[in-house]
Design a protein around this ligand. Structure first.
Ligand SMILES: [Zn+2]
Length: 451
């Protein structure tokens, strides 16, 4: 698809330029002061910011849980993503124990229907078998997967020990790919949860109390030792405490290849959300939990200090019915949505308040994830890169005033104010969102085979 964008303020990797941008065959082909081609459809961006569309490195669509699937499938999840200026995301393959990784991959890929975003998968390592290193090699060389996900939490299901994590890291290092980690001390948390439930402490505040700060930063501490030992490129997902971020930053400065992701919920809310009545606080039950105000500020500052490689959402909403069906906090399905709001929330917290420039904003919502996770030709406005773009417009409204595309009836961000949102979203040269509407037939997204 060809398209000419006139008069935009283009957010490039190192500068912002007033220029015209030409898209040919879905790729950015020219960036010049003035391009005049009357035969090609055009958009007048009128001095608005034009930036690379968002990339969300952490989403869970159609996630199976004991309380049913998460609310959004690839269809509704990708619609919400596009409406929020995100055109690409990375979801997960979670094999059953004993299941060949490739088999699990093919099954997961078959679940992707009517997805309008380009997508990739992290492959989860949930156990160790002798065949795992060979199967990991197939993932990398045949299936286009360059990141493996591990959980230190959830020891009764997908969680693995530090010992298995080290094996995974060594195998990943041998294959020259990365490991991503949900870093919480699973056994300690499981024990605290059982004790709380046994003592009748079933309110949602105990969800946070049984996952105290140290269960994250102590796990991070141990992970840093393993990264030092294995030299495996490691990415800690959804960092939620100031102390964890500090440790990761320090290790990174010492030359240890470890990087942090955080999510909007950890700089937007504090743990007072768990004091709300159950129906209100159920939406905030997620792991790690929403933390103290001190932690919230620490995460906020860490982003300003550029200690975070990427801001993902961990998008995993459930319905009120699913959340309410639980008798105690430990049975509430974990997660919340956010894929539609990520750009606007990061903009409101950091750009609107003059704490990040548009260039830094673009890095943390798109470019750095593209580089780290090897999403080739994505994440920047550059010649020959995919024409995945967002043209922003200033607004002053609450998130709840928008049309929401998630199928969940819970939106924890509904009361948050935003000051910019997509006027137009372009994917592969096609206008996929405009005038607060998704286009009628956006082209299907494609699986990104990473190298
Ligand atoms: Zn997650």
């Amino acid at each position: 698809m060809d398209l000419l964008i006139k008069n935009g303020r283009l957010v490039l990797a190192h500068e912002i330029v007033m220029a015209d941008l030409l898209i040919e065959c879905g790729k950015i082909s020219r960036i010049e002061e003035s391009i005049n081609l009357n035969s090609i459809p055009r958009i007048d961006a009128e001095g608005a910011f034009v930036m690379a569309a968002g990339i969300d490195p952490h989403v869970h669509l159609s996630l199976p849980t004991p309380k049913g699937y998460s609310s959004d499938d690839f269809h509704s999840g990708s619609q919400a993503a596009l409406a929020g200026g995100t055109t690409c995301f990375i979801d997960f393959v979670t094999p059953e124990k004993g299941e060949n990784l490739k088999t699990a991959f093919l099954k997961r890929k078959a679940e992707v229907r009517h997805c309008y975003c380009d997508f990739a998968f992290h492959m989860s390592i949930v156990e160790w078998r002798d065949e795992i290193p060979d199967e990991m090699e197939v993932c990398v060389n045949e299936l286009g997967i360059t990141s493996f996900k591990t959980y230190l939490a959830y020891q009764k299901t997908v969680g693995i020990s530090f010992e298995l994590l080290e094996k995974t890291m060594n195998a990943a290092k041998n294959l020259n790919v990365s490991v991503t980690i949900h870093a919480e001390l699973g056994n300690e948390i499981d024990q605290m949860r059982s004790e709380a439930i046994a003592a009748g402490q079933i309110e949602n505040s105990f969800h946070a109390k049984t996952r105290p700060d140290f269960t994250e930063y102590k796990a991070v501490e141990k992970v840093i030792e393993l990264v030092k030992k294995t030299q495996c490129e490691t990415y800690i997902v959804h960092v939620s405490t100031a102390e964890s971020l500090k440790k990761i930053q320090q290790a990174n400065q010492d030359g240890i290849p470890i990087y942090a992701e955080t999510c909007p919920q950890y700089f937007t809310f504090n743990d007072s959300v768990y004091a709300k009545e159950k129906s209100q606080s159920n939406g905030f039950v997620m792991s790690p939990p929403i933390r103290s105000e001190e932690n919230r500020k620490g995460i906020l500052n860490g982003i300003i200090q550029k200690q975070v490689l990427a801001i993902g959402t961990d998008h995993c909403p459930f319905s009120t019915q699913q959340k309410n069906a639980a008798d105690n906090f430990s049975e509430i399905p974990n997660g919340a949505g956010g894929i539609q709001h990520r750009l606007a929330l990061v903009h409101a917290a950091f750009v609107h308040t003059n704490q990040l420039s548009m260039i830094e904003f673009s890095k943390v919502i798109s470019a750095q994830a593209a580089q780290f996770f090897r999403l080739e030709n994505k994440g920047e406005i550059r010649i020959d890169f995919d024409a995945d773009l967002v043209i922003l417009k200033p607004v002053s409204e609450s998130i709840g005033q928008q049309k929401l595309y998630s199928k969940s009836d819970i939106d924890i961000y509904a009361n948050e104010m935003i000051y910019a949102k997509p006027a137009i979203v372009i994917k592969g040269g096609y206008i996929v969102f405009q005038n607060d509407q998704l286009s009628e037939k956006p082209p299907r997204g494609k699986y990104i085979h990473r190298k």
